[in-house]
Write a new protein. Sequence first.
Length: 134
Amino acid sequence: MSVKSQWNMACPKCRRDDCIDIVASVTVRLAEDGTDTDASSDQSHEWGDTSVAGCKACGHIGTVREFRSADAVSLPGLDGRETAAVLAGLRLVQRELSRGEFLPQGVHSIFDEDGAIEPLDADEIDDLCERING
Ligand SMILES: [Zn+2]
């Protein structure tokens, strides 16, 4: 398990996923020698897409959203409606796979190129949908 696989985040500049710092809101316990996050009663760490994120490996700074879309891809030549149709098709296939049902014959032969390739599993389809810019 990695940051990239767990959180779908990587540095958009150097692609590393092991040096990302996020500016989050935390509750700290104030003590005479400073603040302690572990001693506070509320140990939640709140952050989201608009939180500032920084890569300690290369120094790149951006938002969490920018780090999340580091591996985002656009489908060349497709407009927004066409990309949406591709995403809808992928989600349909993913749903059928997770229900353990066979795809309709014509669709299945596209999905595995008539048995020539190992088709994506439901998790791989999920990852692909996440990467495609909708
Ligand atoms: Zn970096």
